[in-house]
Structures are given as structure tokens and as C-alpha cells.
Design a protein around this ligand. Structure first.
Ligand SMILES: O=CC(=O)O
Length: 349
């Protein structure tokens, strides 16, 4: 396969690059000074493009590469790939679902805790020496808060399982109601020989799939999540709103002004419509926001920088060594399968 030309437009991951270079003729576009000319010169040889959450394959790139057979995205989101054009031209598309679900759900819980318990602000409080002048202010409890999830797919369900361990009632919105949604985590068992706090910690750790050493008999009955047929109703009945759906034309700005107002000043959650989010936060109509994804990355609205009720992460939901390696292996596996004419491992189509 060494002769097969694969185009990577931007740097993504060193391990992925090494593995691609071992198997294919990898073109690292960012290292080339004359990019447009390079694409022109190699238009008849590039057969695969590697995408990610930042860079995909738009109509212009697809049209410029007549021999393109597959776009393999190093991400679960494929909103940067012109899917319609790929379909028209018979170009295969793959992504990296499942392997990143745990990390993204872990981070969603991390954002909720960081926001409500003001972890980042508390850290700044200690570092700045302000603690010496007095105790830090009280924050907001997370356990037991109502969590509303937009999109109960793999990631949404993983967030739900974790939030359940914090005794948060879960509700969700999706295009259609799911039949019998049940928690699918391992049986939750009471802890023997640990005190109340130890039990609470163990329950939470269990929801992150961490093995717990002490447990016994009784088993929690399956729990059904409450379904709301609109995002506004979900928001109106939630303390925290989690956006866990794919970005599509249908879901762009799904969290709009009406939804933010329904969530209200006690509500905290990630967003989609950034301009509305900034106004809602600045005007105090929304209690806070924990963000990992932005409309125009890496640009982040600067009005957010001065707000303490906001936690800002640089799109790192799947950003652990373990998961990025698993994602890279999946990209390679998909490319190999395609060029060996075997079934794709994780096809979008
Ligand atoms: O945003 C990250 C991804 O789509 O994997």
C-alpha cells in the first residue's frame, strides 16, 4: 500500500502520522508552502483524505481530487465533511465512534463539576494568594441536579450513566423517543465497610467503569429516563443542559435564546448559538456555561474570558493518549479495510 497517496491537511496526532507513514505515501499538506499548487500537482494520485473535528473535506477539496475514494475522519463528528458531495461521488466516509465515548462523557461530568463547584476559579483563588485574606465563597451542589441531555446517542447515554451515579434525575430530548432506555452500566452495589462519603465516592467511580473492591448483594432496578419532545421543554425542566448530539444542519443553534431562557439563571450548560450564549451570560439570564466546543475554533468570544461562571476548554473531549491512539488505530483500520476491499470498520457510509 506504500504507493497509495493519503492527504492530511493539518497536523492531528504524531502516532497517527507515524502509522500512516509506515503504510502509505503520506502527504502532510501543512508542511508544503504552496498548498493549492501541491494539490493541483497531486490531484491524480490522492486517494484518501484524513479529516478531524477542525478540518474535513469540503466541496472545493473534493472537486480538486478526482481520484478521491475515502475520507477517514479522526473524529466522531463529521460536520466538516461535505457528506452530500461524497455521496454523490461515491466517496466513502468513516469516523471514530465508540472509542471516544468514555472520555467525552467523563469530560462532560468534569465540566459540570468544574462549573458548579467553581474548580477553576477556586484554583485561581489559591494561586493568587487571596485565600490568606479569607475563605472562598460557597458554590452550588451538583449531586441531585436535574440533567437534561440533548441527543441520547452513545455519548448522551454515557453522560446519563455517569450523572445517574451523582443521583441526578435524567431527562432527554431526541428526534424520537427511545424505547425503554435503561442504565446499562454494571450493577451498582452498596459498599461494605466504607462510610457514607466512601460509598458516595465508590458509586461515582463505578459509573466511570472503575472497579470497586468492596460490594455486596442488592441490585438497583433499571431506571428509565424522562423524555421531552422539545428542547425548550427539556430545558425548562432541567438544572443543567448537556448537548450530546451530532452537529448537523438540523441541530446547529439547537440551543437558541428560547432554550437558554427556558433553562434560566439557575441553568448551566454548553451551548450552540454562541452570540446568544454570550448575551444570556452577560445579562444574567443564564447561570453559567461549560464549553469544550465553539462555533469558530480556535476563536472564542473574548467577552467570556472575564466571566467566572464559565469554564472554557480547548476542544479536548477525546484528548487523552489512550483514546487518541484508539482513534488513530481506527482510522488506519478503515483505510486498510478500504484499500484491501474489505468491509469498513466504522463507516458513515
Ligand atoms: O469533536 C470531536 C470529535 O468529533 O471527535
Amino acid at each position: 500500500m506504500e504507493s497509495i497517496c493519503v492527504l492530511m491537511p493539518i497536523p492531528m496526532n504524531a502516532y497517527l502520522e507515524r502509522q500512516l507513514e509506515k503504510r502509505f505515501n503520506l502527504f502532510k499538506l501543512w508542511t508544503v508552502p504552496q498548498k493549492a499548487q501541491f494539490i493541483k500537482d497531486n490531484a491524480d494520485s490522492v486517494r484518501a483524505v484524513i479529516g478531524n473535528a477542525t478540518s474535513g473535506a469540503d466541496a472545493e477539496l473534493i472537486d480538486a481530487l478526482p481520484k478521491l475514494e475515502i475520507v477517514a475522519s479522526f473524529s466522531v463528528g463529521i460536520d466538516k465533511v461535505d457528506l452530500k458531495k461524497c455521496k454523490e461521488k461515491g466517496i466513502r466516509v468513516t469516523n471514530t465512534p465508540d472509542v471516544l465515548t468514555d472520555d467525552v462523557a467523563d469530560l462532560a461530568i468534569g465540566l459540570m463539576l468544574a462549573l458548579l463547584r467553581r474548580l477553576c476559579e477556586s484554583d485561581r483563588f489559591v494561586r493568587s494568594g487571596k485565600w490568606k485574606l479569607g475563605a472562598y465563597k460557597l458554590t452550588t451542589k451538583f449531586s441531585g441536579k436535574t440533567v437534561g441531555i440533548i441527543g441520547l446517542g452513545r455519548i448522551g447515554q454515557a453522560v446519563a450513566t455517569r450523572a445517574e451515579a451523582f443521583d441526578c434525575p435524567i431527562s432527554y430530548y431526541s428526534r424520537s423517543q427511545k424505547a425503554d432506555v435503561k442504565r446499562d452500566s454494571p450493577h451498582r452495589q452498596p459498599i461494605i465497610g466504607l462510610g457514607r462519603i466512601g460509598q458516595a465516592v465508590a458509586t461515582r467511580a463505578e459509573a466511570f467503569d472503575c472497579p470497586i473492591s468492596y460490594y455486596s448483594r442488592s441490585q438497583k432496578a433499571d431506571v428509565k429516563y424522562k423524555y421531552y419532545p422539545t428542547v425548550v421543554e427539556l430545558a425548562a425542566n432541567s438544572d443543567i443542559l448537556v448537548v450530546a448530539c451530532a452537529l448537523t444542519e438540523e441541530t446547529r443553534h439547537i440551543v437558541n435564546r428560547e432554550v437558554m431562557d427556558a433553562l434560566g439563571p439557575k441553568g448551566r450548560g454548553p451551548h450552540v448559538d454562541e452570540r446568544e450564549l454570550v448575551s444570556a451570560l452577560v445579562e444574567g439570564r443564564l447561570g453559567g456555561a461549560g464549553l469544550d466546543v465553539y462555533e469558530n475554533e480556535p476563536e472564542v468570544p473574548e467577552e467570556l474570558f472575564g466571566l467566572e461562571n464559565v469554564v472554557l476548554l480547548p476542544h479536548v473531549g477525546s484528548g487523552t493518549n489512550e483514546t487518541r491512539q484508539a482513534m488513530a488505530d481506527l482510522v488506519i483500520g478503515n483505510l486498510e479495510a478500504h484499500f484491501l476491499k474489505k468491509p469498513l470498520l466504522t463507516p458513515v457510509f
